[in-house]
Design a protein around this ligand. Structure first.
Ligand SMILES: *Cc1c(COP(=O)(O)O)cnc(C)c1O
Length: 371
């Protein structure tokens, strides 16, 4: 390909760790002509998005809006607005995204306390309880759906422990959001962020976040300025909240159109029905993969429905099989990361990509490639 020719990328079947396939209605929304980002009609679109973000987070949090950048920026927004230099943060890390949070804590000048679990396993709440006996962190943070390993982390007990210790509870819901049960208010989550390209099935590049009143109070009472101008919520909020919106940055207008339509699709289906669909297709995939001799990496009961980590069977060449899937079948699946490279595949069944048809296509293709 060279720039002289029009872009002609293949139509892929996206079954990796994100982005996922996007509904035609969402693609269509992106072709609507732009309006100005402070046009009253666009402000209405932002308000719709806030309302639908609250409905899907199951939260009444006033401070609920969308960071104009990908999931990692949502992560950074939450941590840098809640932490000040010298504060202590307890990060529960069981994969790539937990380590990313730990890295950001250091960059905030905060003190890091780490509870780690072996990759492929969840964090045992007793380990958190032990650490909280002799420390008073300002926040406890954890990843709900660890996309690097396929682990579904139970949250409720750790949330209670955090609150008993007087800490805020921060959750990464990038992959779990709109794909499996997530009850922000009921589970006592004080700060949560997600992304648009996983189970929400919108294009990548936006991060819905939500802050509880307790978290907002912490932000309001900061003694130091947030070190990032762009992600400083005390300024971003004036763009998203209040009767008179003031310019902060230029929102990615077309991406917001897409997000609005993606949210409408979620609510039309019903959040609970959508969670159930993700589980149903996970079971379907599991049955087919196990019949072919694949084993799951994660122990039963802690597996994600939308990100299936399976061990690559002996005799199957990782790179060859994945490139055949891509080149002959147009199917993308995810490679293993870090110590799982070459050993594990990560099969995404996220949002629009969580369908019986996706499962059948992948199973048939794998059957031809492997046998
Ligand atoms: C994808 C992902 C992120 C990062 O999102 P980006 O949009 O890639 O920046 C963070 N946490 C988890 C659990 C993810 O799966």
């Amino acid at each position: 390909m060279s720039y002289q020719s029009e872009q002609n990328t293949s139509t892929r079947i996206l079954m990796g760790p994100g982005p996922s396939d996007v509904h035609p209605r969402v693609l269509k929304a992106m072709s609507i002509p732009l309006v100005g980002h402070l046009d009253p009609e666009f402000v209405e679109i932002m308000d719709d998005i806030k309302e639908m973000a609250r409905l899907t987070y199951k939260s009444k949090n006033e401070m609920t809006f969308v960071v104009s950048a990908p999931g990692s920026a949502g992560m950074e927004t939450c941590l840098i607005n809640l932490l000040e230099p010298g504060d202590e943060a307890l990060i529960c890390s069981h994969g790539v995204f937990g380590s990313r949070m730990a890295d950001i804590v250091g960059r905030c000048g905060a003190k890091l306390r780490l509870v780690e679990a072996e990759w492929g396993r969840h964090i045992d709440p007793d380990r958190v309880r032990d650490v909280l006996k002799d420390s008073r962190p300002k926040l406890v943070a954890i990843v709900h759906a660890e996309t690097s390993t396929g682990v579904l982390q139970p949250l409720e007990e750790i949330g209670k422990l955090a609150h008993e210790a007087g800490a805020l509870f921060l959750v990464d819901a990038v992959t779990s959001y709109c794909g499996t049960e997530l009850l922000v208010d009921e589970w006592g989550i004080d700060a949560v962020y997600s992304g648009t390209q996983k189970c929400l099935s919108a294009p990548p590049g936006l991060s819905p976040i939500s802050m509880s009143p307790r978290a907002v109070e912490v932000i309001t009472n900061r003694k130091t300025k947030v070190q990032s101008w762009f992600l400083d919520l005390s300024m971003v909020k004036n763009y998203w909240e209040g009767a008179k919106r003031t310019y902060h940055h230029t929102a990615p207008v077309s991406a917001m159109y897409a997000l609005r339509e993606a949210y409408r699709l979620v609510l039309e289906e019903g959040l609970e029905a959508r969670w159930e669909r993700h589980w149903e297709n996970h079971r379907r995939l599991r049955q087919g993969m196990e019949a072919m001799g694949f084993e799951f990496l994660v122990e039963e009961g802690y597996r994600l429905p939308m990100l299936n980590a399976v061990k690559i069977p002996g005799g199957v060449d990782d790179a060859v099989a994945r490139s055949r899937l891509l080149n002959e079948y147009n199917i993308e699946i995810g490679a293993g990361l870090a110590k799982f490279a070459g050993k594990v595949w990560r099969i995404g069944l996220m949002g629009e990509s969580s369908s019986e048809n996706h499962v059948n296509i992948l199973l048939s293709a794998l059957d031809e490639i492997i046998n």
